[in-house]
Design a protein around this ligand. Structure first.
Ligand code: HEM
Length: 451
């Protein structure tokens, strides 16, 4: 019997444990290699056929780790050097591959263009073949009709409708309203320490709900909308995990509540026609009747599509609060520059309001008033090489609005207050947009010489 078992074992060739382990290892390694190949092919699809030189970096991560090392967080003082770090990341690749190279960042195959001519070519999009690569969270929170997700002729038409209402003549008409709103927002600042980014953003959101939905900033509904709007943006730049407590979850809830604020206005405007009058005490005059009549394939935009469009336009405007905060921090660090700005504001005040001794009560009633504030409107960049507001048919529609509001807010702060930076991380971030990190707490006091 024993002989039989030994013979049988040698007949079927029983494998030693070492042999089994080695085979398992080889098979697992082959599977991993195959998986990485499939992932990599999927990840770089579309880019491999483009005859541009470059490196796609690591599987999945691409060249993101090296880019993040250059574009991470920086202190305000090291900010110019941080630009140099990013520039050296670019220069290294430009020297190897040329001014246009392929890479893999933000989990996507990417073509980097580094000269103003190349960037202008893309933004001007002469063949009208490019569409926008907006993040998925943007679509989930702002809806499929958000302006960044639109493409082709529909995008061009909607862009024009939005842009027309943000042109200088329209802003001229609204300047006194914005001025009242800003002075009202600042009326409680004396002796208080404020989260400046939050406070300025709140004022901006109220100005924009007036601009895009016609909602009066004095009405409580404008406060409700501004509070909800400030919850949506953090969700757009967050990981889309829909669990209670996450930024994405809060943003989704805020979006649902915003629909309840805005949808009744759109529904009422459709029924009342084009004169813009409203039964809502909150709505002064709805400015977008042309949007209500806009048709795609013979069908008018749905009410929710109109809300998507206007909401995305409002939420594009979260940048200016960073601009105001950075300006105040830099001015504080540079007393001679602050002094000159104060003098110019004073000079502007005298021009605007000759004879009025209560200088802190002065109103800005037109855009030409602002032109007198020469120091605040200096250093125009070269438009051929510097386009912070984009270009072409995707260009920012809020450029004039931003200039106007930032200037008015700075003007009122500089001429009415002294301030101390109480709490600020001192850090800036470049990705996904240029912004200050954390809260910026600033203590405001009325300027003694004005009271
Ligand atoms: C510091 C302030 C701002 C900066 C630097 C800025 C910058 C930009 C840039 C670079 C783009 C182009 C994005 C692309 O190419 O896809 C853009 C688009 C846009 N911006 Fe702004 N923006 C600012 C403020 C505002 C404000 C206050 C509003 C609203 C009143 C606004 C509304 C829009 C809209 C609606 C678009 C999309 C245009 C389209 O795709 O048709 N922006 N912005």
């Amino acid at each position: 019997m024993k002989d039989f078992e030994e013979n049988a074992q040698s007949e079927v060739g029983v494998m030693s444990p070492e042999y089994v382990n080695a085979v398992t290892l080889v098979v697992t390694a082959l599977c991993v290699v195959q998986l990485v190949r499939v992932l990599w092919n999927w990840q770089t699809e579309g880019l491999r056929s483009i005859p541009t030189k470059g490196s796609l970096g690591w599987p999945i991560l691409g060249e993101m780790p090296s880019l993040l090392r250059c574009a991470g967080t920086y202190t305000l003082e090291s900010c110019p050097r941080s630009h140099l770090a990013f520039v050296s990341w670019l220069r290294e690749r430009v020297e190897k591959y040329g001014t246009m190279f392929k890479t893999h960042v933000l989990f996507r195959p990417t073509i980097m263009m580094t000269t103003p001519e190349e960037i202008r070519f893309v933004l001007d999009d002469p063949h009208k073949k490019l569409s926008n690569g907006a993040p998925e969270t943007l679509k989930q929170l702002l809806g499929s009709f958000n302006v960044f997700a639109l493409a082709g002729q529909t995008h061009r038409d909607i862009h024009k409708i939005l842009a027309d209402s943000a042109l200088v003549p329209e802003l001229k008409r609204k300047t006194p309203v914005f001025d009242r709103l800003i002075r009202h927002s600042m009326s409680t600042w004396n002796g208080r320490t404020l989260d400046l980014l939050g406070a300025v953003q709140y004022t901006f959101f109220k100005a924009m709900t007036f601009n895009f939905f016609g909602i009066s900033w004095e009405h409580e509904i404008a406060d409700k909308a501004a509070a909800l709007l400030s919850l949506v943006m953090p969700g757009v730049v967050s990981v889309p995990i829909n669990l209670p407590g996450t930024a994405f979850y809060k943003a989704q809830n805020a979006r649902k509540k915003l629909d309840k604020v805005f949808l009744p206005i759109i529904q009422e405007m459709r029924s009342t026609g084009s004169d813009g009058s409203s039964k809502y005490a909150s709505v002064e005059k709805f400015p977008y009747h042309s949007l209500l009549k806009y048709e795609i394939n013979g069908e008018q935009l749905s009410d929710i599509a109109v809300v998507d469009i206007l909401l995305s336009a409002i939420l594009s405007g979260e940048g200016p609060s960073n601009v105001v905060s950075i300006a105040l921090i830099y001015l504080k660090k540079n007393p001679p520059m602050l002094k000159r700005a104060q003098l110019m504001c004073g000079f502007g005040l005298r021009l605007i309001n000759c004879g009025n001794k209560r200088r802190n009560r002065v109103k800005l009633t037109s855009l030409s008033d602002l032109r007198e504030l020469k120091y605040l409107t200096q250093n125009p960049p070269n438009p051929a090489i510097f386009f912070p507001f984009g270009r072409g048919n995707r260009a920012c529609i809020g450029k004039q609005f931003t200039r106007l509001m930032v200037l008015m807010i700075l003007y009122h702060i500089i001429s009415n207050f002294t301030w101390e930076v109480v709490n600020f991380t001192g850090k800036l971030k470049h990705l996904p947009t240029f912004r200050l990190l954390g809260k910026v707490e600033i203590a405001f006091e009325s300027r003694a010489e004005l009271s």
